[in-house]
Design a protein around this ligand. Structure first.
Ligand code: CTP
Ligand code: CA
Length: 226
């Protein structure tokens, strides 16, 4: 491995990465979630640690090993993730929001298992807090990197998220595409930055992509000189 040969361009920096899905409980045996595998977020955390950053990985429920040199904080719901990220935010230099946070949660969590009845059923939902948007509103010195999962009009939606969430970069992937997105080991993304920055990477393994993404952003932002 060329692990030790890579320059530690993030030495002295603290990088917080969120990864995986969140789980929003319905009752003691059921929850709402999504197809996020956590692979891209874990790859981002591994890349940050390899570059010498103090790396905190705030992870929803996934079955992946903790990358070496990374401290993992396990969370379940969007609310848990928000609280965990907020606790690390003031001291963070870079926050990378790879997590697929649930947009809605049940308004009430039943204390007992819901029993089936005749006919259909409905669960009333409410919005979760947008973690990235909250971080964007409270941003001081931090560099904020979001991800966007889109099935259509990728550029339009990704650029909208960049502005709305006050992020420095949005890394967009087309999850309708084969071999990109959730369970895949490969991914193909386009990066959108302020000042109309736009750069598309080739399809490649997620670990390689994570290194290339971080390296590009560190160099563009001259993070190693800050
Ligand atoms: N995000 C977040 N908190 C939420 C929802 C999303 O922090 N409650 C973050 C994600 O971690 C990601 C970015 O926002 O970095 C974009 O997530 P995405 O689901 O693509 O966008 P949304 O703003 O939720 O819009 P929509 O799902 O309607 O496309
Ligand atoms: Ca969403």
């Amino acid at each position: 491995s060329d692990f030790f040969a890579r320059p530690k361009i993030l030495a002295g920096k603290k990088v917080v990465v969120t990864a995986g899905p969140t789980r929003e409980r319905i009752d003691p045996v059921r929850f709402l979630t999504n197809f996020s595998s956590g692979k891209m977020g874990y790859a981002m955390a591994q890349a940050a640690a390899e570059m010498g950053a103090e790396t905190i990985l705030i992870s929803g429920p996934v079955s992946l090993p903790v990358p070496s040199g990374v401290r993992r904080i396990s969370v379940e719901s969007a609310e848990d993730m928000l609280n965990a990220v907020k606790a690390e935010y003031a001291s963070a230099d870079v926050v990378i929001k790879t997590a697929a946070v649930a947009d809605y949660r049940p308004i009430t969590v039943e204390a007992q298992k819901m029993k089936k009845k005749e006919g259909g059923a409905a669960i009333e939902l409410e919005r979760t807090v947008d973690i990235l948007q909250t971080l964007g509103q409270e941003k001081s010195h931090q560099l904020l990197i979001g991800f966007a999962a889109e099935t259509n009009d990728v550029a339009h939606y990704a650029k909208g998220k960049l502005v709305r969430k006050n992020a420095d970069y949005i890394i967009a992937n087309d999850v309708s595409e084969a071999q990109a997105g959730f369970e895949s080991d490969t991914n193909r993304v386009t990066v959108y930055g302020k000042d109309d920055f736009e750069y598309s990477f080739e399809m490649m393994p997620k670990d390689e992509l994570a290194r290339r993404l971080l390296q590009m952003i560190v160099e563009r932002e001259a993070l190693h000189d800050r």
